[in-house]
Design a binder for this molecule. Sequence first.
Ligand code: DCP
Ligand code: MG
Length: 484
Amino acid sequence: MRTAPTILHLDMDAFFASVEQASKPSLRGKAVVVGGLGPRGVVATASYEARVFGVHSAMPMGQARRLAPNAAYLVPRFNFYRSISERVMELLRALSPLVEPLSLDEAFVDLEAGGVAWDERSARLAGVKLRADIRAVTGLTGSVGLAASKMLAKIASEEAKPDGLVVIEPGTERAMLAPMSVRTLPGVGPATGDHLRRAGITTVEEIVEAGEDELVRLLGKAHGHGLHAMALARDDRPVVAERETKSVSVEDTYDVDIHDRTRVGLEVQRLAERCVRRLRGAGLSGRTIVLKVRRYDFSTLTRSETLRGPTDDPGVIREAAARLLDSVDTTGGVRLLGVGVSGLADYTQEDLFAQAAGERAVAEGPVEEHAVAAAEEQPSLAERRWPAGHDVRHAEFGHGWVQGSGLGRVTVRFETPDSEPGRVRTFRVDDPDLEAADPLPLVLRGTEGGDEAPGTAAQAVSSVPASLPKSWSGSGGGAATSRP
Ligand code: DCP
Ligand code: MG
């Protein structure tokens, strides 16, 4: 293991919720919950102000509403979050070629490999500068952990939250870990945690005391051995630039070829369910559903469908597998079937995903008819949907976002990232002056160091006279219309 704290772990603070607060001045300092708002929706994340009420990721939305009835409830804007994530990852890649993203808002960076840090002082400086750069480029805060291993860097960033930086000095690791919960260690989820607790082990120190043999007896060879090493703060895992593309899949070979089409369909459903159990067991979700079919003549084909975001929803995966099967000719018999999920993510979006149905991109194989119809046909004015939190433009009032809708009305707050908190107006859902809009940048490009082409945003901003009152009508209308 290295002797200097030159592995950096970055984790953005309350990522989706912070993006929403940066977009919407009226929500800054307020309780904000982002997630699926439908009946089976779950919380993706909550602002720190909402966490005070006990709201957290993966909680059913109904429960969140009971705990924090006055919070703002918003539908996620994944593409926007992804574009901001890309800018953060660019900053990380400027530090080192070894950047290992774990999710949209989290990554490891090997500072030593990038030559930007070699001891505690240089590592700390790099961390401080990174946090400032992230703030300048995205307007958001991220927390940084620095340590001599990945495990400890991640623990450090957790300690640093929110909006902080923590360095774990080499030599102090074991004493620091000792009193911590076993759940702090990588790979200890609720199930392993319970298992250890039943054996009387709740802290990292108790893992060390139990000894490696006992851990192996409790958890099996690989997991027991690995966990014991982690408890001793031994973690040599390198930062790897690209995560290996993994997938979770299950397949069955049949002794006798299956000819009956109904039976083939049932087998595919069963495999899809087994695949979901594995996926969930590993705490993963994935974007691409793959169906594998080997026919009587050993010809093997695969079909795949890529969704807009990762899912671990059994219904969504079963349906995708069934759609894929529709495109495969199985007359003559089938000797093997498999269902897999790839494009894996560490976090699950569960039911958030339900609302993305109909937005699916089909990679190969059959085209889902109603999804395509939905994408191609312009909905009539009366049928338009106004998801809470999404951006809109009004011909007269300018840029705003949907605060709520129902009973044929939509309520819009007119404000932009750089305006004062804006005012609210209500329209009919079919108001022809109202249209969906793209999100505005959180930080005006061009103010961040001159790497932008001249004449775009910087000019648009400077064309707004400094004396213009920063009122809702001034910057909400003026600045927004002159943006690229
Ligand atoms: N996310 C999600 N579903 C989950 C967990 C997370 O959709 N069960 C999304 C929303 C989060 C983002 O991923 O904003 C990043 O996840 P984090 O676990 O890093 O949580 P936050 O960034 O929201 O908060 P923290 O400040 O604790 O990192
Ligand atoms: Mg985060």
